[in-house]
Design a protein around this ligand. Structure first.
Ligand SMILES: Nc1ncnc2c1ncn2[C@@H]1O[C@@H]2COP(=O)(O)O[C@H]2[C@H]1O
Length: 213
């Protein structure tokens, strides 16, 4: 997986660690809000972040779930514009926080750090394009694709639990709540998942893959 931290060498980790400050965010805390003018950059060390943005009709859409090794907040640091999305902690998050001037100075001094940022941004662009084209798949295919993606990010090989509310899952998969409820029921009946409050236990990631074909 092309995560920012994983693209860097131990020496570069040290540079970032020495210039940034480790910070803890309790579950539910808002790290930055869409439209506000803040510029710090985070590298997630532990935990999960939810990235959301408001649609034209006022609905809050989940754009991405980010986890350990991901970089967040790079857009405002680079272009100086207001935050493009709201980022909040889904669980206890620990992150390395860098001020925008520090981040920009590091990128200018260390081309490999800039290259890692570029790689991450390009990967996100590809993901976004893929999601746009997948939107024509069935609701089951889209939900399965999202669950596979979250499982991958959580390091779940074939079985494990992911913390995701039905609202979040519907937002990412681009389905209505009603159609999501139907898909989850069908996946439960087939023994592929079981569901709890804000939690989905995946029993077989491999069977989710079968559904996306
Ligand atoms: N579609 C997306 N996928 C992943 N991360 C995003 C997406 N949109 C916004 N972000 C992140 O959310 C951050 C919000 O603040 P920034 O605009 O500074 O930088 C943004 C990105 O790091």
């Amino acid at each position: 997986m092309d995560r920012f931290w994983g693209l860097l060498t131990p020496a570069e980790h040290e540079v970032l660690g020495a210039t940034g400050a480790e910070r803890d965010y309790p579950p539910g805390s808002v790290i930055c809000a869409e439209g506000e003018i803040t510029r710090h950059v985070l590298v997630v060390r532990r935990g999960l972040l939810r990235v959301t943005a408001t649609t034209a009709n006022g609905y809050e859409k989940v754009l991405a779930i980010r986890g350990s090794g991901d970089i967040v907040g790079e857009r405002s640091a680079v272009d100086g514009l207001p935050r493009s999305a709201t980022v909040c902690a889904l669980n206890a998050v620990r992150a390395l926080v860098l001020s925008a001037p520090t981040f920009v100075a590091l990128c200018q001094r260390y081309p490999r750090i800039s290259w890692a940022v570029l790689t991450v941004v390009i990967t996100r662009q590809r993901d976004t394009d893929r999601q746009r084209t997948q939107i024509s798949g069935t609701a089951t295919q889209r939900v399965a694709a999202v669950l596979i993606d979250v499982a991958l990010r959580r390091g779940i090989a074939d079985q494990g639990a992911v913390s995701l509310s039905q609202e979040e899952l519907a937002g990412i998969a681009g389905t209505s709540r009603e159609s999501l409820v139907r898909v989850l029921r069908s996946l439960r009946e087939r023994g592929i998942i079981s569901t709890g409050r804000r939690k989905i236990e995946i029993h077989q990631v491999s069977r989710l893959h079968d559904l996306t074909n």
